[in-house]
Write a protein that binds this ligand. Structure first.
Ligand SMILES: Cc1ncc(COP(=O)(O)O)c(C=O)c1O
Length: 366
């Protein structure tokens, strides 16, 4: 996807949805612009989300929409961004964006940030005088770490940059500013010929990749760092945990030493963009057989069966955008008020997981 030094992309301009949702209105892609003196550009004051919408036989299906939008609102709350937007409103906007865009699959990017009131401009660090803006855009985005990576795995390094400390920048909030740290990790990795970097936390324990959570497989167990290792509470991470449980693979959330990476049987990344990507080497040390491991393959297979709508998820994870629209239209002609379900109801199997805070929940610790 990138040239060897990471400086240029060799893919064509992605397909972009030509409309963007802005504070409840629809604007053209070309009109979705901000003033250069906006607070966010100078002080990094944004929170955002990345959500995938998958192509399925039932049309485009948004993966764990409610959980992503809840995390967006949580990130905003942490940064005292007092938005009037409700979870339902954000969910409906994302669904409508997918329907208006007409793409079979896409990546949805909601963002809330501090902008500029041009009539009463404020330029200081204090964010309170600056108005909040929310936009949601979408485009078609392929495999983040390259098409081959999903099967072959990627070569990564441990970064010389640490992840954020919990009492400086909360990794738990998905804020734009956190990604300055991610960019240091990513650039260093790319320039040294690696696909990605793994950051340690401030105590030297494994934290996460620049844009992914990490899982280590050892002795048949799937092990992942806890939230206290300065990770983003990943929604794919939560999905992996639930899938592993369904497959009767024990999951443990615990501190992981850097050295444990080198002797792991398997390692993989999880994330909305990276999905589930195996890691075949760390710092040029081969992991396991140097190929995608069996437990990674099984979890990945179930994950893609779920995202393609071929297999029932452990909870209501897919929102079928076109069916939602029809349902909403149907109910509008009935009583004008009723709102269609955001994700399809669970029919059988494991416990339905409709809790939007699910991703913050801890699993077993060692
Ligand atoms: C730093 C970081 N960690 C983890 C993740 C994975 O989170 P999710 O699975 O919710 O996309 C991401 C991606 O958004 C990320 O940027």
């Amino acid at each position: 996807m990138f040239t060897k030094d990471g400086k240029a992309k060799d893919i064509k301009t992605p397909k972009i949805v030509q409309e963007v949702w802005h504070n409840g209105e629809w604007v053209n892609w070309n009109d979705a612009r901000v003033h250069v003196m906006s607070h966010v550009l100078h002080y990094g004051s944004s929170v955002f989300e990345g959500i995938r919408c998958y192509s399925t036989k039932r049309g485009p299906a948004i993966f764990r929409l409610r959980e992503h939008m809840q995390r967006l609102l949580n990130s905003a709350k942490i940064y005292r961004m007092d938005t009037d937007l409700s979870l339902d409103q954000l969910n409906e906007a994302a669904i409508e964006l997918v329907n208006r865009g007409g793409l079979e699959q896409c990546y949805i990017r909601p963002i809330i940030f501090r902008s500029l009131d041009e009539e009463r401009p404020a330029f200081g660090v204090n964010p309170f005088p600056n108005p909040l803006d929310c936009y949601i855009g979408a485009w078609d985005w392929g495999k983040y770490l390259g098409d081959e990576a999903i099967e072959q795995g990627v070569d990564v390094c441990v970064s010389t940059w640490n992840r954020l400390t919990p009492n400086s920048m909360p990794a738990m909030a998905k804020s734009g500013a956190n990604y300055m740290n991610s960019q240091l990790i990513k650039m260093e990795a790319l320039l040294n010929g690696y696909a990605e970097g793994i950051a340690l936390d401030d105590r030297g324990f494994v934290s996460e990749g620049s844009g992914e959570n990490i899982f280590v497989v050892a002795g048949g167990k799937v092990i992942t760092p806890p939230l206290s290792s300065s990770i983003l509470p990943g929604i794919t991470r939560d999905s992996v945990i639930q899938i592993a449980r369904e497959l009767d693979i024990p999951v443990v959330e615990t501190g992981i030493q850097r050295a444990a990476l080198y002797v792991a049987d398997e390692i993989f990344f999880s994330g909305t963009a990276a999905e589930i990507t195996p890691i075949r080497s760390v710092d040029k040390i081969q992991i396991g057989t140097g190929r995608r491991g069996e437990i990674t393959r099984r979890i990945q297979e179930v994950f893609f069966q779920i995202t393609s709508g071929e297999r029932e998820a452990p909870g209501p994870w897919l929102t079928y955008a076109r069916e939602h629209k029809k349902q909403a239209e149907g109910s509008e002609s009935n009583n004008g008020h009723h709102k269609a379900e955001i994700a399809e109801p669970k029919t059988s199997g494991a416990q339905p997981d409709t809790d939007p805070m699910a991703t913050y929940r801890a699993v077993a610790t060692d």
